[in-house]
Design a binder for this molecule. Structure first.
Ligand code: CS2
Length: 480
């Protein structure tokens, strides 16, 4: 007999959810949040018991009611399932209770603004993806965007995260409440700084005095967030039944590993979450370098090769000896281009390879290959720049990109499997029209242009002549 999540929670009673007050307002309560921050706060609440009841979370959805519709009927409880092909117990499950409620920010705007103005809310956290920041190509706020333009004309009735943050900080200032700290948990380089810049640009345009106040008083921590949370799959619904005999409409399946590195740049109160495993630091740069280069860029490289090779899952790609060897060598090239001690890189690389080979957690190439052009810009271009200045060969670093260009251009894998790139339309159009990589990435007149275009040209010829697997083998030869 299956029980309900609320009944199971009552039996376990890790902490009193009814006694929780909202201390964190989170924008974007999607799968990554439910696999990362919500379980971290849950662990914290479970460890601290009744001493720390002030860190309940209110999720705010701005784009879709999906999280509300699925989680509300089960009291915002859900199961977190950790899957690992290395662990003794391949799968384990627990019920997460840190989300007190999720509301629709556009329907319940006044409620959200009230919460954001409350002195007991100290943290505003975000997982809204890059799209949610409304950035232009230079990573500045795109003030021409319709939604941003709407909010700038109607600042007291915001619809975007940036609009909500600015209006809430204004209300706090006017009511004499210290600003909250904003903690971006999106996978963007210097996420806090990027958000701060967007917020200040917006505030400057509507109210320069407010912009000056925010600039001097509010803080925006940079963070590095890490946990692989694959796309939802039908089979995920079986885990709660099998492992906990519970019914769950919104389980999250993830890996055991997680990392949350936070720049210690808080204005008011914050959870003392170091005991829970959160890393507080003065400078996230080395963490960022490792994670973006050896995980996100490597993920992206694998996906680029895999779409051309017609492979469906990350671990399947790494199971092929040609991929294994090539990826290892490519990671060494990244290490040679990266300003982090070699031994630290090596340890990180070994851990990543294990995580990406996790066959108990199938992670689709479709997920990783979405928005490839943004991922190349954010995570791969910095590697190419460093490779150039450190004189590291770009041969292996360029090959995956060319495999992806071919797949987008032809709309198929080598074996003829259709590939429909989920990417910016203008990028897909440019690729189909035959634009070179340097133009697609706006590298014209930059020092990289010539070498990158030459490498692309070579790789294109080789891939078209020999195909992916033979090329990977050839590009790995003589390197060992
Ligand atoms: C992935 C990330 O989307 C991607 O390309 O690399 O979602 C990755 O799984 C996370 O950053 C892991 O922390």
């Amino acid at each position: 007999m299956l029980t309900s999540l609320t009944d199971l929670w009552r039996q376990q009673s890790l902490y009193n959810r009814r006694a929780l007050s909202i201390g964190i307002v989170h924008f974007g309560p999607g799968r990554f949040f439910r696999g990362h921050l919500a379980p971290i706060i849950h662990k914290y609440l479970a460890q601290r018991g009744s001493q720390e009841q002030r860190w309940g979370i209110c999720g705010v959805s701005l784009k879709s009611r999906r999280a509300i519709n699925t989680l509300e009927p089960q009291g915002f409880l859900y199961t977190l399932i950790k899957c690992s092909s290395c662990a003794l117990n391949r799968d384990s499950a627990e019920v997460i209770g840190s989300i007190s409620q999720i509301v629709d920010g556009r329907e319940d705007r006044d409620y959200v603004l009230d919460l954001l103005t409350s002195p007991s809310v100290h943290l505003v956290t975000l997982t809204v993806t890059q799209e949610g920041y409304y950035l232009d190509k230079s990573f500045n706020l795109d003030t021409a965007n319709e939604e941003i333009a709407h909010d700038m004309c109607n600042p007291s009735t915001p619809t975007t995260v940036v609009g909500f943050i600015v209006e809430a900080l204004r209300l706090r200032r006017d009511r004499g409440v210290v600003p909250f700290t904003t903690v971006s948990c999106d996978n963007l380089p210097r996420n806090g700084e990027t958000l701060r810049r967007a917020v200040l640009t917006y505030a400057e345009l509507i109210n320069p005095e407010l912009a000056a106040y925010i600039s001097h008083n509010a803080t925006f921590s940079n963070t590095v967030v890490d946990r692989i949370v694959p796309q939802e799959h039908e089979s995920h619904h079986n885990y709660p039944c099998r492992l906990l005999q519970v019914r769950d409409r919104a389980p999250i399946v993830t890996e055991p590993f997680w990392q949350f590195v936070v720049e210690d740049n808080f204005r008011g109160d914050r959870p003392q979450w170091e005991d829970t495993g959160v890393i507080m630091t003065k400078d996230i740069t080395p963490f960022m370098c490792l994670k973006y280069r050896f995980l996100n860029a490597v993920h992206c490289f694998i996906a680029c090769l895999a779409v051309r090779a017609g492979i469906e899952y990350v671990h399947e790609a790494l199971n092929l000896p040609e991929f294994q060897l090539f990826i290892r060598l490519m990671m060494s090239d990244i290490a040679a281009a990266t300003p982090v001690p070699r031994q630290t890189c090596e340890q990180y690389m070994a851990a990543v390879l294990l995580r990406l080979s996790n066959s108990a957690l199938p992670d689709s190439i479709e997920r990783i290959s979405s928005q490839t052009s943004k991922k190349v810009r954010n995570h791969i271009l910095p590697i190419l720049h460093d490779a150039y200045s450190r004189k590291v060969s770009m041969k292996r670093l360029i090959l995956p990109i060319v495999a992806w260009l071919l797949a987008v251009r032809e709309g198929v894998s080598e074996g003829g499997k259709p590939y429909d790139a989920k990417d910016t339309l203008s990028v897909v159009t440019a690729i189909r029209e035959g634009a070179v990589f340097s133009r697609i990435m706006g590298l014209e007149n930059c020092e990289l242009q010539e070498v990158v275009d030459d490498e692309c040209h070579q790789a294109m010829l080789v891939l078209q002549t020999h195909g992916i697997l033979t090329t990977l083998k050839n590009y790995s030869e003589g390197a060992n």
